[in-house]
Write a protein that binds this ligand. Structure first.
Ligand code: ATP
Length: 247
């Protein structure tokens, strides 16, 4: 058995049969950790997450080489639904709330794959509101009229309603003010520590991601060019110069 919850081994991804986007990406997520996938716009972060969650196919992308294992089992031929049942949930970039539903209705949609009773669903909701008190206040508001930060919280909260072991979180900081970004990362840390949810998060905001993650991988042009503990990466001169703007 592998010691890792998730292992991506040398995957190659091609869109539309011609566009080679991932050129042999490998990464591991140990159980209980937050792992950051870093790199500039277009480096291949979202594609890596979609390869793991099987959402690639709906975008005409194929894994043409390599393997992906979750708890030691191959998952590179599965469907998004199977993965959700196994506890791997992707939170897409751009949040994707159902704008016309209330905050609470959005959260409830996250539990659709679980065969649980009404009272268990109520408990699950209360657990989400414990981590996201703002959502409790806004529970009856139409999600489309809440702030960007609240919508990101709804998206993460909805993923939590599926009782995940692992969340693939795409660019949670996108378009949000620094203070709300901190608030969201604090909650991610709490979910990691208190609910034992592991995270693989794609971020262009290297500075924030490395303050909360245990480990990081830097992608450039479809390849991992560097990896290390968050502390190692934060003190690396190249990372400072090119990704932290401290050069
Ligand atoms: P971003 O922060 O913009 O999401 P990223 O690092 O997540 O950047 P990807 O979205 O994975 O990068 O994109 C990597 C490359 O793949 C880009 O050159 C992009 O144009 C290309 N690409 C992404 N999706 C598709 C698609 N459906 N069809 C063809 N090419 C795509």
């Amino acid at each position: 058995a592998t010691p890792y919850l998730l292992s991506v081994n040398n995957i190659e991804v091609i869109y539309n049969h011609v566009i080679l986007v991932l050129k042999g990406v490998s990464l591991d997520v140990p159980e209980g950790q937050i792992v950051a996938l870093l790199g500039a716009n277009g480096a291949g972060k979202s594609t890596t997450l979609k390869a793991i969650s099987s959402l690639l196919r709906s975008e005409r992308g194929d894994i043409t080489k390599g393997t992906i294992e979750y708890r030691g089992q191959r998952i590179d031929n599965g469907t998004p639904d199977q993965l959700v049942k196994q506890g791997v949930i992707q939170v897409m970039e751009g949040r994707h709330c159902f704008g016309h539903l209330t905050v609470e209705e959005n959260l409830l949609t996250g539990a659709y794959t679980r065969a649980i009773s009404r009272s268990e669903i109520k408990l699950a909701l209360e657990r989400i509101y414990h981590y996201f008190p703002r959502l409790k206040t806004r529970r009856q508001s139409q999600a489309g009229y809440t702030s960007g930060g609240e919508q990101q919280m709804v998206a993460i909260g909805r993923a939590m309603m599926a009782d995940p072991k692992m969340i693939l979180l795409d660019e949670p900081s996108m378009g949000l003010a620094p203070q709300i970004v901190e608030e969201i990362f604090e909650i991610v840390r709490e979910l990691n520590q208190q609910e034992n949810v592991s995270f693989l998060l794609a971020e262009q905001n290297t500075n924030v991601a490395l303050r909360y993650a245990h480990y990081g991988y830097i992608l450039e042009n479809g390849r991992v060019v560097m990896d290390g503990s968050a502390d190692e990466l934060r003190s690396n001169e190249d990372v400072k110069e090119f990704y932290l703007g401290l050069g």
